[in-house]
Design a protein around this ligand. Structure first.
Ligand code: NI
Length: 185
């Protein structure tokens, strides 16, 4: 078991495109997956991309707990190697996001409402899935890390970007605002 150090915004590994994985069954890739799993479960986020642990390879993992799924059902821990995303239509949804690489911060980010994603699993098996809602959001967020994109770079305006504590306090002082929930990934 190994808990890896998480890179923060500005780190070299978050600022360059990640390389494809040639062989998912390579023991080094298997160890990376195992260590990333330990790390994600330890920090309690929804997802983690290899560049966030200083490894510039196209590997992400995520899970969707039932309470975050918005009624669409939970998704168990899923490993995506060399993922490719195709939007299913032009519709966007805007919701709060956080990121383990920007600790303590969050912002409202538009994402495609529905996507198809194709990848290799942690054993190299093909994955071809459609996703909506938070499931689609977390996959888009994690895969963006593989292209050196952090969620503030997807925000059309930085007005909602800030520290979680401050934004929650501000929302609590404005009863008409919807409650803010952080979705770290
Ligand atoms: Ni992130």
């Amino acid at each position: 078991m190994a808990i890896l150090k998480i890179a923060r915004m500005g780190c070299w590994s978050l600022s360059q495109p990640a390389e494809p994985v040639e062989d998912p069954n390579d023991p080094e890739i298997q160890r990376l997956i195992s260590d990333m799993t330990d790390t994600l479960l330890d920090v309690g986020g929804a997802g983690l991309a290899a560049p966030q642990v200083h490894v510039p390879l196209r590997v992400v993992l995520f899970h969707v707990p039932a309470q975050r799924s918005g009624g669409t059902g939970s998704i168990p821990l899923t490993i995506l190697i060399n993922p490719k995303i195709t939007p299913l239509g032009p519709d966007l949804e805007t919701d709060w996001e956080g990121c383990l690489s920007l600790p303590g911060m969050m912002g409202k980010v538009p994402r495609f409402s529905a996507i198809r994603y194709q990848a290799q699993s942690g054993t190299g098996a093909p994955i071809d899935t459609e996703a909506r809602g938070f499931h689609a959001r977390v996959v888009q967020h994690e895969c963006d890390h593989l292209d050196a994109i952090l969620y503030p770079m997807r925000m059309p305006t930085l007005e909602s970007f800030g520290y979680v504590e401050e934004l929650r306090q501000a929302a609590a002082n404005r009863p008409t605002e919807t409650k803010t929930t952080e979705k770290a990934s």
